[in-house]
Ligand binder design. Sequence first.
Ligand code: PRP
Ligand code: GLN
Ligand code: MG
Length: 562
Amino acid sequence: MCGILGIVLADQSQNCAAELFDGCLFLQHRGQDAAGIVTCGKRARLYQCKGNGMASDVFTQQRMLGLVGNMGLAHLRYPTAGSSATSEAQPFYVNSPYGIALSHNGNLTNGEELRTYMDEVVHRHINTDSDSELLLNLFASELAAYGKSRVNNSDLFKALKGVFEKVRGAYACVAMLAGYGIIGFRDPHGIRPILIGERLKDDGSKDYMLSSESVVLKAHGFQVYRDLLPGEAVIIPKNTMKPEFKQVVPMQSYTPDIFEYVYFARPDSVLDGISVYRSRLEMGTKLAQNIAKKFEKVDLDVRKEIDVVIPVPDTSRHSALQCANTLNIPYREGFIKNRYVGRTFIMPDQKQRQSSVRRKLNAMASEFYGKSVLLVDDSIVRGTTSKEIISMAREAGAKKVYIASCCPAIRYNHIYGIDLADNRALVGYNKSDDQISDVIGADQVFYQNLQDLIECCVKDNQLKDHEMELALTPVVSRDDTLDSQILTNKSAPPIDSFEVGVFTGSYVTGDETEYLTFAEKARAVNEMLKSKAKLNRGMESLDIEDVKAAVDISIFNSGDYN
Ligand SMILES: O=P(O)(O)OC[C@H]1O[C@H](OP(=O)(O)OP(=O)(O)O)[C@H](O)[C@@H]1O
Ligand SMILES: NC(=O)CC[C@H](N)C(=O)O
Ligand SMILES: [Mg+2]
């Protein structure tokens, strides 16, 4: 679920890198493994800085000085395909044709087919296991097919059509053609989010930004913004600064991943017309109603059974507060979060995730001792967090520990941008709710119903276009915003369904059995290589076919800096 950004400034003498860096800080929660920025300056020259780590580690002041130019891309990576190798940090770059860079959020499910196509049909070398490198090379090969010395918007849209027709899976992307402009596109189901924002300046000129989440646009003064539609693309040439939109392929469905609302996105973002914050409040209300009913069914009064509702920081806090209010039970922040520890779920290995929970959360005995507590979390995935915090609650003296999840039990793989290829790692895999309670050590676990979760995201959350404009246009007058080039062809239908494969095992792109089998094998190979590499501290005894170097060599995509 990486974060992606693209920007083009009207003033060609201005540098955009500082704003991209700042934007990365707003999207850090979407990917903590690697960060990258590519900018384009005069004479179409590209400048790059990327590597493993958080944005503030990768983009040092010194490195930022080298990122010149008025347009650029950024990426925050949480790996899905491939590995955590530095060489898989994004944006990716290809020099032919024209010089293209690309940042991708999502996961392709026909990567192997594309790899063969690259090799046998278009003869392009792919240097990593990343699906995003494949996606970029596919775009490059479609564009190269025109054999032109200069391309125009219509060629770019045609090339994108070729990409859409050959690729399967989830992809929200920003790309940049050296010296030409920036491009945004979104898969035909709209699984991953991407928005475009417009900023009107005092001299009447306009800057444009593409981003995974609306919060970045709002924070940077982009007064008007909207989501790209499934199957839609936009090109903003730097010379005209007029965005051109095109429905490149028909929309196959409008089904964003519901997990954006449950966990991924920041609460202050509005994605596809749905306020993440308000949907999380609804999740708290519905959860409370269902919990109360469950107690009623066994002739118990929830208010007598539970003394206090405690959130599992950070993401669940808004839902937990609403849950407590609805139940009319006191809300207490029993776990204090260490603000210097990031998200644990998106850390790359299980040992790191486990140890991080205790470093990140600390239980205060005063809030647990002798009490019956209801812990509320947004989701229970591998169960790493719940196991730890339940035992911390007991160590702190809790009498009874109930736990509630704002989403249903997760029993299937996530295949569109979360590293969950192995469903046996899920605590809910092949288990009843009671069995899950036993494994995580709870007195009882409560899950949200799927239909309720969907309603939480749909109900009352669809902001009407004019409400959206009013809510999101704090700086310019409404008359100015009505001139907006980005709102002119807006025709987004309201959303009433979502990608919910992690709960049901059925995916919006259809039967993905082949991909799941492939992903399982790839994961096993990665694990084996990791442990061999650790044992050998090098690569002497690795099978040459499967080698991933312990230290990445520097081709186009390495990020080793001094
Ligand atoms: O069952 P698990 O595999 O542990 O995964 C679920 C947990 O992971 C996430 O928290 P995380 O620490 O990543 O982020 P947060 O601080 O935003 O809650 C999520 O909010 C749950 O708490
Ligand atoms: N989570 C994501 O969106 C990851 C993008 C891409 N599949 C990668 O592994 O780099
Ligand atoms: Mg959490």
